[in-house]
Design a protein around this ligand. Structure first.
Ligand SMILES: *Cc1c(COP(=O)(O)O)cnc(C)c1O
Length: 475
């Protein structure tokens, strides 16, 4: 197992060469279809075998290249990550973790998973990393299953306040099996009110406090959350799905040593789909499970498999390894700061055009806008659909204390990770804000959620969007 935080690449590469010599005797290597040759044909193979799916994938590529992606929960992984996801490693089945597998033939995938783990630890300054969770939701499910018994209490930010489904929403398994109490953002400022969180924690005495959000544009004070958790003897889970890239680059304070557990999805910061569980200084804290004493890290490991999941997705682990290396690059780190600058520019431009930006701005990649204040009858749903017709891809979002339901909403949630990756800067954010404004002021609003978009307006905005797409293609 690779435990050295540094130089793992060198160590691993030496081992890879030895592995390849052992697996393929050199006299036979030339007779085999080469690795590159095998994989180079994959798109052609798909076209030949299944033209329908091939054309759908092509259509998705063209959709992405001809529209502007402003969904805060999306990002764009590199071709390197795509290659790792689509290689033969996807065929390997095993169970368990490195050093404790239940199938033969793991010598290569052990190295892949160890590399992903060591790079994840380095990218986040963590003592423990688990790259097996199939998603961010699964990562949370593992932590909750590990630390809570049926009916135990969670204190979290409500779904309608910017929290996530997996933090205890009634429609999720988390709300079904656990007792859930919520804390709220302030009604006027829309900011987290830490005194109110503390009061709620003291009153309800939860076993686990969850912080981290899906729709919150300001810095989260993880240190404060840990103080509150400490005061009531609760564990703290920080779910940094949306801000993981910013955290790894130092563009947002890190929860790693404050929270007992930190979870994230890996696609939101720009990697493959999947999740990660990280731990800092509490990783070797002892807990009693039945009659045994184990460390928190061991307990999380056992709860991942066999507790919650079956076999790991090793192609996904390979994609995560590639992505964590990218995260450590100067290009990635500096980009995280530009993502925030772009979000701030977008927020300022929209505010300048008369929009109500929640909390007055942003500290991260996300801008929350109350569109219902712009015009009578305008909703998040109408805004989303109207913008989509013009090639501006956003998502409607319920705002805290929203009077409209989740399928209508008063808000939009915009994000700048993809546009920044593709090279857009402050000037383009101003242009994007102006395009959004033309659509939202131009859309004709009828009754009961109906709307109409003038053809000329749509074509004019679409043309400008296409111009931007040509200047800043997917990279
Ligand atoms: C997106 C998100 C998740 C879920 O991640 P999936 O990989 O989509 O399951 C969990 N927590 C938060 C805060 C999120 O924003």
């Amino acid at each position: 197992m690779l435990t050295d935080k540094h130089g793992t690449d060198g160590l691993s590469r030496g081992k890879v060469a030895a592995l390849r010599r052992a697996v393929v005797p050199s006299c036979e290597a030339e007779a085999l279809v080469g690795f590159e040759q095998y994989h180079k044909g994959i798109l052609e193979a798909l076209r030949e075998k299944d033209l329908h799916v091939y054309e759908l994938l092509q259509a998705e590529y063209e959709r992405l290249q001809s529209s502007i992606q402003l969904i805060a929960a999306e990002n764009q992984c590199s071709p390197g990550v795509l290659a790792a996801l689509g290689s033969v490693i996807q065929n390997k089945t095993t169970e368990g973790f490195v050093g404790g597998r239940y199938h033969a033939g793991c010598e290569v995938v052990d190295d892949v998973e160890s590399l992903a783990v060591s790079r994840a630890k380095e990218a986040f300054g963590a003592e423990y990393a688990n790259v097996q969770p199939h998603s961010g939701t699964a990562a949370n499910q593992i932590v909750l299953t590990a630390m809570l018994g049926r009916g135990d209490k969670i204190l979290s930010l409500g779904l309608d306040q910017g929290g996530h489904l997996s933090h205890g929403a009634s429609v999720s398994f988390t709300g079904k099996f656990f007792e859930v109490e919520n804390y709220y953002v302030d009604r006027q400022s829309f900011l987290l009110d830490y005194e109110a969180v503390r009061a709620k924690a003291l009153a309800c005495r939860p076993t686990l406090i969850i912080c981290g959000a899906s729709a919150y544009s300001r810095t989260i004070d993880f240190c404060r959350f840990r103080e509150i958790a400490g005061e009531v003897g609760a564990y703290l889970l920080a779910d940094i799905s949306h801000i993981a890239g910013l955290v790894s680059a130092g563009a947002h304070p890190s929860p790693i040593d404050f929270a007992h557990f930190t979870t994230t999805s890996t696609y939101k910061p720009g990697g493959p789909r999947g999740g990660v569980i990280l731990m800092g200084r509490d990783f070797d804290r002892k807990v009693r499970i039945g009659s045994r004493e184990v460390t928190l890290a061991e307990h999380i490991q056992k709860t991942t498999f066999p507790g919650v999941q079956g076999t790991p997705y090793l192609n996904n682990a390979a994609g995560k390894a590639v992505f964590f290396k990218e995260m450590l690059s100067e290009e990635y780190r500096s980009r995280q700061f530009r993502i925030i600058e772009n979000a701030q520019r977008l927020a300022d431009s929209l505010a300048g055009l008369g929009y109500e930006v929640l909390t007055g701005g942003t500290d991260n990649h996300m801008v929350l806008v109350d569109v219902s204040r712009l015009r009578q009858g305008l909703t998040g749903a109408i805004a989303q659909k109207g913008l989509e017709q013009c090639g501006l891809i956003v998502n409607m979002n319920r705002l805290p204390y929203d009077t409209r339901g989740a399928a209508v909403t008063s808000g939009l949630r915009l994000g700048t990770a993809i546009v920044t990756k593709n090279g857009m800067g402050g000037e383009e954010m101003k242009m994007v804000a102006a395009l959004i404004d033309s659509v939202l002021r131009g859309v004709e609003i009828g009754g009961e959620g109906r709307y109409r978009l003038d053809d000329d307006l749509r074509e004019r905005v679409r043309a400008e969007v296409l111009g931007l797409c040509r200047r800043f293609p997917m990279c």
